[in-house]
Design a binder for this molecule. Structure first.
Ligand code: DON
Length: 599
């Protein structure tokens, strides 16, 4: 009975999504709408009621079903900083496309969200133009030329903390090269135009709010040993809410990039400041490392799930392969048990476990490692793995302890009025990266070297236990979990733009939000609020968000043999957009701060 109700809802929803897909593309902004408003509103209302009925959260869960999304007709930007989302919208309204807006948002995040927004880190961009062209850009950091396989192993054979803290922890930054390259190839505006909002925010300052201030206080341990202390901890306290934060050095740096292009960063005076900073603190990044840095265009991983197509990130990120492998396994059990059920949690855990086992041992930078991409993403391989799953009992992987540390990355999603879409994830790795702040440059450096298997077999800061495929080599990109993803509906039309921060939980949270929409037929706002689960094979523990599963569900999973543990904080940080009749829904992560801004 329940299944048939779910099925008929699914059919109705699909019909409405087809309606959405068939609606005329909105013309570039700000065009008056000629949609038959009453009909659209009636259909919206039906769909909202229908989809809201598909979400049910356990009692005691921090969120309620039925929360609103930001709705807009033309374009949408969703990021972890409202000011940065507004920067993107400013560019869309000025006639820019989604790539222009994404680059504007990326540079603005470097000013307003310095825990993860950056020019001293790297990232991945997934672009799909409305005409169907689809590509990804890898601007992941690389290991410096002087890096060595065992550079973080101490004389006693134990891993040191140098891959996470201080000057040795940084890979060669890719963000400036990556954002400039994306703009050059697929944008319509100049760097100076799209960087104008970021430069304004750095030069004129912005009002610090309590969230920003708390974030800086949370980064005290990372920031205060280095030169960023003077700016972010005046008089030794974190910048206070209500203060206008002006960043003169960063403004100068951004203006140089806007005027001279990425050369200013990789060969000019910014490179000089960066290398001088490295030399002062025993770092190894040289002018040669910077001069050689190149972002790489790559073909997206194309997954299919029950008629939907997912365009996702290929190596040097593991995100696309691991998500595809998971979905391929799950497809063998479709239609899946209801969200929140014991059976669903078990299937997710067992699928993640298998996909992460491959991820942690077989993947690495394609310039150095042959990734078995076709094998791992094939439906026939998934069938074999699915057949190994016992529906009543958990399987086992050897246990390791995990270390938890403050960590930050940031994902943003952008669509424009033409239907171009950009999903971008960027990071310094840990919150405020290595803590090192480039004097004169005004920005933090990443601690991305920790994403390598610094000692294969020993867990990294995310508890990931990885093998030789991801060991350190000069010039190599460290394996990432970042997974900016674009979902197309069964008619091939753009449906969803999403992605997350949160180390390995990026993959699981992104997968779950997508499944909640396309499999469980939830509204985006509910899908984003639904309790999340995580399993990464090692440690062999199914993590859930505290109060996100009932005690009875936890007991049942334990009885099946799962080690189950609550996560005190939330799992991952997702920012998503969904196409809906009449436009877009945008939802920023309800577990943290940010802004979904549309027009
Ligand atoms: O590339 C990766 O997988 C990590 N450097 C991502 C770090 C991250 O998401 C930290 N999070 N909140």
């Amino acid at each position: 009975m329940r299944d048939s109700v779910r099925h008929s809802r699914a059919v109705m929803l699909s019909a409405l999504l087809v309606f959405a897909a068939c609606r005329p593309q909105p013309s570039p902004a700000p065009a008056p709408s000629n949609r038959p408003t009453a009909i659209v509103e009636a259909r919206d209302a039906t769909r909202v009621a229908m989809a809201a009925a598909n979400a049910a959260f356990p009692s005691g869960w921090r969120f309620q079903v039925g929360a609103p999304a930001t709705q807009a007709e033309h374009g949408m930007v969703v990021s972890n900083s409202r000011l940065a989302s507004e920067a993107g919208i400013e560019i869309l309204k000025a006639g820019g496309n989604a790539v222009d807006a994404a680059v504007a948002t990326g540079f603005a995040l470097a000013v307003t969200h310095p825990t993860a927004g950056n020019i001293g880190g790297g990232g991945f961009m997934n672009i799909r133009m409305a005409d169907g062209r689809s590509m990804t850009l890898d601007y992941r950091e690389t290991a410096p030329l002087a890096a060595m396989r065992d550079m973080y192993v101490g004389a006693n054979g134990k891993l040191t903390n140098k891959s996470t803290v201080g000057h040795l922890a940084s890979g060669v930054p890719g963000s400036v090269a990556g954002m400039s390259e994306a703009l050059k190839k697929y944008g319509t505006m100049t760097l100076a135009q799209v960087m104008a909002p970021a430069i304004r925010l750095a030069e004129q300052g912005f009002m610090v709010d309590s969230q920003f201030s708390r974030g800086i206080e949370g980064g005290r341990r990372a920031i205060t040993p280095f030169q960023g202390k003077a700016l972010f901890f005046p008089g030794d306290s974190a910048v206070k809410p209500g203060t206008r934060l002006v960043q003169d050095d960063l403004a100068r740096t951004l203006k140089l990039i806007a005027a001279q292009g990425p050369k200013a960063f990789y060969e000019g005076s910014i490179a000089d400041s960066l290398v001088a900073e490295e030399q002062r603190g025993g770092g190894i990044i040289t002018k040669e490392d910077l001069r050689r840095y190149k972002p790489e265009w790559r073909t997206p991983i194309k997954a299919t799930y029950r008629g939907y197509t997912l365009l996702a990130m290929p190596p040097s990120s593991s995100g696309g392969i691991t998500m595809t492998e998971t979905l391929n396994i799950l497809e063998n059990f479709a239609p899946l048990p209801p969200a929140g059920s014991v059976k669903y949690a078990h299937l997710l855990a067992e699928s993640y476990r298998r996909a992460f086992m491959d991820r942690n041992t077989k993947l690495g930078d394609p310039a150095f490692v042959k990734n078995p991409l076709n094998a791992l993403t094939s439906k026939s391989y998934a069938k074999v793995l699915a057949a190994q799953i016992d529906l009543n009992h958990a399987s086992k992987t050897p246990a390791f302890d995990t270390k938890a540390e403050g960590m930050e990355t940031t994902h943003y999603s952008v669509v424009d009025a033409m239907g171009d879409a950009v999903a971008t994830t960027t990071t310094l790795n840990g919150g405020y990266g290595s803590g090192v702040w480039v004097r004169g440059g005004g920005f933090f450096m990443n601690n991305e070297m920790d994403d390598f298997a610094a000692q294969p077999g020993t867990p990294n800061m995310f508890g990931l236990v990885q093998g030789e495929a991801n060991s350190i080599r000069p010039g190599k990109r460290m394996l990432s979990a970042m997974d900016p993803t674009i979902v197309l509906d069964p008619q091939g039309k753009l449906l969803m733009v999403t992605g997350a921060a949160g180390g390995p939980t990026i993959i699981t949270a992104t997968t779950e939000v997508i499944l909640d929409v396309i499999e469980h037929h939830m509204m985006l706002a509910d899908a984003m609020r639904a309790p999340r689960l995580h399993h990464q094979s090692l440690p062999d523990t199914l993590r859930y968000e505290a109060n996100g599963m009932s005690a009875a569900t936890v007991d049942s999973l334990r009885a099946m043999g799962h080690a189950v543990a609550p996560n005190r904080g939330g799992l991952a940080n997702v920012n998503s957009i969904l196409r809906v009749p009449g436009g877009w829904h945008g939802v920023n992560e309800p577990r943290s701060a940010g802004g979904a801004v549309g027009y």
